[in-house]
Every structure is written in C-alpha cells, then in structure tokens.
Design a protein around this ligand. Structure first.
Ligand code: MRU
Length: 367
C-alpha cells in the first residue's frame, strides 16, 4: 500500500526479499506509528527472531516472512549432497515454524515452498525453486487480499459503521490486508463509511497499526477502548464487524484470532450484528478437528502490566501501569465458534463457516 511520509508517497510491501544480500526486508512494526523504518534480517535465525519478537506480525505477513526465511536458509547451504541439504532445510523449517505457534500461515507457506523445491533435481535447482516459490507465495498473498476486498466490499453500504479488531490490515499481510481489504475496495468505489478500531490491548495493534493504516489511506475512523464495543452495539452505532484470523479450521469453521475477538463475536450475536472473518487460503488449517487443539500463544506478562509508547521528547519507553506486586496472564489469541460467525470472506467468495470443507477444492485444499 502507499505510505506518505513527509509529503512523499511511496508504495511498500510489508515483507520483501533482497536476493543480492540474501536477506528478508521488513517494516519494523514495533516502531509504528511513531517511526517508519525498514530492517533486514541477515540469516534465517534472525528472520525467525523477527517473527518471535514481532518486528513483523500478522498471520499473512509472518507466512510470507517464513517462506522467504526458508529460501534464505536453503540458499546458504554449500555442497551438492541432497540428503544433507534436506536435513539442513528441515532445521530451517523447524526454527521458523517454532517462532510463533498460533498462526498456521507460516507452516502452510513453508509446506508450499518445500513442495515446489521437490521438483528440483540438484541442490542448486532446489535453492532457486525455493526463492521462486517464496516470491509466488508473497504475490499470491497480495492477490488473495485484493480478491477478499472485491467480495467483501459488497457488505459495506453507504453510512455504515464497521468495527475491526487488532490489525488485519496490509501490515498483517504482504499488501492490502484481509479485514481492511473490503474497506479499501469500498472506499475506491466511492462509498462513505466509518470504522471503529478496537484498541486491542495488551499490544494495542488496533490503536497503533490499524489506525495508522486507515489514517494513511484517509479512511474515516476512531479508536475505541476494547470495552466500548458492547455499549456502542447496544446503541445501534455498529452495523458490521470484520476481523482477520490466524487459523480457521476447515473442518469446523472455528476462527482463532487476536484475544478479544470471541468477546466481540458474542456481543455481535447478542445484538444481531453481522460478524465476518476475512482470510486468504493460507489461513485455513484442513487438519485440526477441533478449536481446542489450536495452540494458543501465551505471551510475557509485561505486556499486560504496562504499555509501550513515545514520550513528549520522542523517546520510546515502557511504562509500568499495574500494581507493582501483581502478576498477569496473557493469552494472545482466542477461538470463536462457527455459530457466532456470519461468514468467512475468502478470495473465492463468502462462505458460511461450516461449509468450508465442502468447498475445500475452491479454497486451495491440496492434500
Ligand atoms: O499478535 P499479532 O499482532 O500477530 O496478531 C495479529 C492478529 O491477531 C490479526 O488479527 C491476525 O493475524 C489476522 S490478520 C493476518
């Protein structure tokens, strides 16, 4: 998407690859919205660390980062022994897959890259195929998001107010975004609407990232405290909810997404407000049979006990907010059951959550 900084507008992708230096290039998301910086990870371990430390975050973006990371790791192997090469690639795969547990996109992306690599007969061929496949995954991610926009824009009517949670925007993908794609497409069609961005404690991706994106794209929006949505729904001030997801179960239609999503889905159902999740095909897990089996990331308690921000002199600082002697629990994601979800917006159209399995071939099921 376009970013305007000091009056200059430039197009950026969240994740890219520098083939000359064998490095992954990322927007340093922890600094946004206060500073826009591109960083490079010099090797696959640094790429995995960038995922763990949330330099890059959001299911689609970490999927593309893992795909590039796998190619990056594969390309440093020296020698022609295919068995040794395959062992090395296993290690790279595992390191990147372990970087964050809840989103399925990194694993799906890397399985895809390995499937392409298997067509090569030499190490050199497989290395070249790895990078080509990672590039293809990144391009497909951007294309899928644009298609989500095309289908989802139909849900947005003039005068609507849309609630979104966390950041499922272009920063969470390679480009365009999932939950924001219908907003950008509707805006391009000339529709007028307003967006409420859930602040999304504890890391505040809604207040920092989604709000920054929407401001950049000149979409009318306001940030709301996480606890405000119920009140606004009760007063008829929210017409539609669109969220992203880190893992949708293809067999059950359950949706794992940022902590607080389930709460919003319960509230939306109570107030009969349509609730949609927008996803590219790489977010679908066709294997798991129940939401309880989804690994839920538990993050450090410091995220709940305080907050990061910028002081009046521009210094980035962590401030302790909570009682000094208290600890905290910090699950990063929750799982929303299918019956609370009106539809899943995908690149192939909008589906009822329980119909994903019967539509699996349209949705990229490969096994
Ligand atoms: O912890 P994060 O910032 O990676 O969480 C991101 C979200 O929960 C998004 O809503 C999700 O990845 C879906 S959009 C890619």
């Amino acid at each position: 998407m376009n970013v305007t900084l000091r009056g200059r507008t430039e197009h950026f992708r969240t994740v890219a690859f520098d083939a000359l230096n064998n490095s992954v290039r990322l927007i340093e998301q922890r600094l946004l919205p206060h500073e826009f910086q591109i960083v490079s990870t010099p090797d696959y371990r640094a790429t995995a660390a960038a995922i763990t430390d949330m330099v890059v975050r959001g299911a689609g973006a970490i999927g593309a980062t893992a795909a590039y990371g796998l190619a990056q790791g594969a390309r440093v192997f020296r020698g022609s022994d295919l068995k040794k090469f395959s062992k090395h690639v296993d290690l790279v795969f595992k390191t990147l897959a372990d970087a964050r547990p809840t989103a399925v996109d990194p694993v799906n992306a890397m399985i895809d890259v390995r499937r392409h690599m298997a067509r090569g007969e030499t190490v050199a061929e497989q290395q070249a195929l790895a990078l080509a496949a990672a590039e293809e995954f990144a391009n497909e991610d951007a294309h899928h998001c644009a298609e989500i926009g095309r289908h989802g824009a139909k849900l947005i009517r003039n005068g609507m107010t849309v609630l979104t949670h966390c950041n499922a925007g272009w920063l969470a993908f390679v480009d365009v975004g999932s939950a924001t794609a219908p907003l950008y497409a509707a805006q391009a069609q000339g529709k007028k609407f307003h967006v409420f961005c859930d602040e999304t404690r504890p890391r505040s991706q809604g207040a920092t990232l989604t709000a920054w994106e929407l401001a950049q794209q000149k979409v009318s929006h306001q940030i709301i405290a996480d606890n405000a949505a119920g009140h606004l729904m009760q007063r008829g001030e929210i017409d539609l909810v669109i969220v992203g997801s880190d893992r949708v179960l293809g067999r059950t239609g359950e949706v794992a997404n940022k902590i607080g999503t389930y709460t919003k889905a319960v509230l939306a159902a109570r107030h009969k407000i349509p609730f949609y999740a927008a996803i590219p095909c790489s977010t679908i897990d066709w294997n798991l049979k129940r939401g309880r089996a989804i690994p839920i990331e538990e993050r450090h308690e410091s995220e709940v006990l305080g907050a990061w921000g910028v002081t009046q002199t521009g210094q980035r600082e962590y401030i302790r907010v909570a009682n000094p002697t208290s600890g905290a629990r910090n699950p990063g994601f929750d799982v929303t059951p299918a019956e609370l979800i009106t539809g899943i917006i995908t690149p192939a159209g909008i589906f009822k959550p329980r119909t994903l399995w019967q539509n699996r071939h349209r949705l990229g099921y490969k096994i």
